[in-house]
Design a protein around this ligand. Structure first.
Ligand code: ACM
Length: 511
């Protein structure tokens, strides 16, 4: 392995020089006024050095300088980092670039930089280097699913830290599903009073049909989520909420049965696809319009995910009111999920927001403004791009990190499937052989951690890392990455993950 800094994701270009700059009691952070929030973030990270590092707006000749410079010829998330023996200068055309440059600066420090305890005993040196960097893709995401097993809000903060460390910029929160509704909606309190709680959960694999007999639940208040959104924004991470509809709604129907097609629904106690779906009445569309109004107020980011996956049409085919409604709308039952989504896309658009849907909704009738996540296959993403949609590549064979990561007899129970670290490293979300037109519509990629078999934060960490490190590499870096090179860098990177308290599988990597 070379002495060059072992960075993940790999920067666009890096030249290393002799010498280093040492951070000590004389170091100051100098910033332009528009970089002051980033300077505070850096100062916060550098508390680990045990040195008191003040922030100043007066020019200094040494220390660490952060500057927003709109003349810098880089994309919105790009940055330039120059470390000499006199200090470090980080410049970017916008604050997001500075945020990513700060993460690179941290990776240039010893791995203890990620510790939550100060380490005044460590020599805190940055190697002299010149780095110019910007991402290949604008969308670099990670999905968490607290709908299946509720994840404590504190874990979401730690997870945002881990995303920022890898220059991942989207945390997709799957907030609602058959087994739980996890966000407070003030207008409809039963969504959480009733919908956030289930009587029991599967024990072991779903196919064993054994239950734990333990009531499970929880939800996030809007105030908690607003605080999380602000914390994430300072770190360059946008929270993308998902309200999954018109299927995966059993928890909502347990709370408000009038939204459905059958009486007596309870919050689901089993995983798998449920037959309960929303009805197609105007009052039901209005209900979700009102839900979205509150969602838009909590989450200021551009994107809101509306689901659209795994919607069995059975209830619409058999319920007399539903069949009459389909007839008056003039749509077949197997297109009703697209109709429902199409009622809500314009509501988001009116507020300057963009809807995202899973690829089953990407039929020719889907509102062209919707962005598509292609989970069933890469081909589904290509097809959606050909229909004119922008696409986030999330094919399950490469990006489902709730699938097994190794094929061995001692793995904790998982859904099934196998997505190895190598599968992720070798995944190109927009390979060169695809048409230029299709490639131009690929916004990026995202790793999924569906929650059915991830009942604790420790299980989420174990399945996320190191595969999410590989996803970050594929989403940020140019398409040069090969597995051996990545593995070499991961050997150093795992020390950072361990110092950060992230429960990683790196040390056990089989190949
Ligand atoms: C999905 O995995 N149902 C999006």
């Amino acid at each position: 392995m070379s002495d060059a800094p072992q960075l993940i994701p790999t920067p666009e270009s890096m030249h290393v020089d002799a010498g280093s700059f040492r951070i000590d009691d004389h170091t100051v952070i100098h910033c332009t006024p528009d970089a002051s929030e980033c300077a505070e973030l850096l100062a916060d990270y550098l508390q680990v050095t045990g040195h008191r590092i003040p922030i100043t707006s007066s020019a200094t000749t040494s220390g660490i300088s952060l500057r927003v410079d709109t003349d810098e010829d880089l994309g919105a998330e790009g940055y330039r980092l120059d470390v000499t023996t006199a200090g470090a200068v980080l410049t970017a055309p916008a604050a997001d670039g500075l945020r990513h440059g700060i993460q690179t600066l941290r990776q240039l420090l010893p791995p203890d930089a990620y510790s939550s305890e100060p380490h005044p005993d460590v020599v805190w040196s940055l190697p002299c280097a010149h780095i110019v960097d910007e991402p290949r893709f604008a969308w670099r995401g990670s999905l968490l699913d607290p709908a299946r097993w509720f994840l404590p809000i504190g874990y979401l903060y730690r997870y945002v830290d881990a995303l920022a460390m890898h220059k991942l910029n989207r945390l997709h929160l799957h907030l609602t599903d058959d087994q739980g509704w996890r966000i407070e909606i003030e207008r409809y309190p039963r969504l959480t009073d009733v919908g956030a709680w289930r009587k029991e959960s599967p024990l072991g694999h779903q196919r064993d049909n054994v239950h734990d007999g333990v009531r499970h639940g929880g939800y996030y208040t809007q105030a908690e989520l607003r605080d999380l959104v602000r914390y994430a924004a300072v770190r360059g991470v946008e929270i993308v909420p998902e309200i999954d509809l018109p299927g995966h709604v059993t928890a909502a129907l347990a709370a408000y049965p009038e939204l459905g097609n059958t009486p007596d629904v309870e919050v689901a106690r089993n995983w798998s696809i449920h037959s309960t779906v929303l009805n197609l009445e105007p009052a039901t569309v209005d209900f979700f319009r009102n839900v979205l109004t509150e969602i838009l107020d909590v989450f200021p980011g551009r994107y809101v995910h509306l689901g659209g996956d795994e919607v069995p049409p059975g209830e619409w085919e058999t319920n007399p009111a539903a069949t009459a409604r389909l007839q008056s709308l003039g749509i077949p039952a197997d297109q009703a999920h697209v109709w429902f989504i199409n009622q809500l896309v314009p509501i988001l658009a009116e507020h300057g927001r963009t809807a995202i849907v899973w690829d089953e909704a990407a039929t020719p009738d889907l509102d062209p403004r919707a962005v598509v996540m292609s989970w069933t296959s890469a081909e589904a993403g290509i097809a959606a791009a050909r229909l004119g949609h922008r696409v986030i590549m999330t094919p399950m064979q490469r990006t489902y990190f709730d699938w097994y990561q190794v094929d061995g007899p001692h793995e904790p129970v998982a859904l099934g499937g196998l997505t190895t670290l190598r599968d992720v490293v070798e995944f190109d979300p927009a390979p060169p052989q695809w048409d230029a037109e299709v490639r131009a519509r690929i916004l990026g990629t995202q790793g999924q951690l569906w929650g059915e078999y991830l009942p604790t934060p420790a299980r989420v960490d174990d399945m996320a890392f190191p595969r999410l490190c590989a996803l970050a590499e594929r989403a940020w870096s140019s398409d040069r990455t090969d597995y051996d090179d990545f593995s070499d860098r991961l050997a150093t990177h795992e020390q950072r993950l361990i110092a950060a308290g992230i429960g990683t599988r790196c040390l056990l990597r089989p190949d």
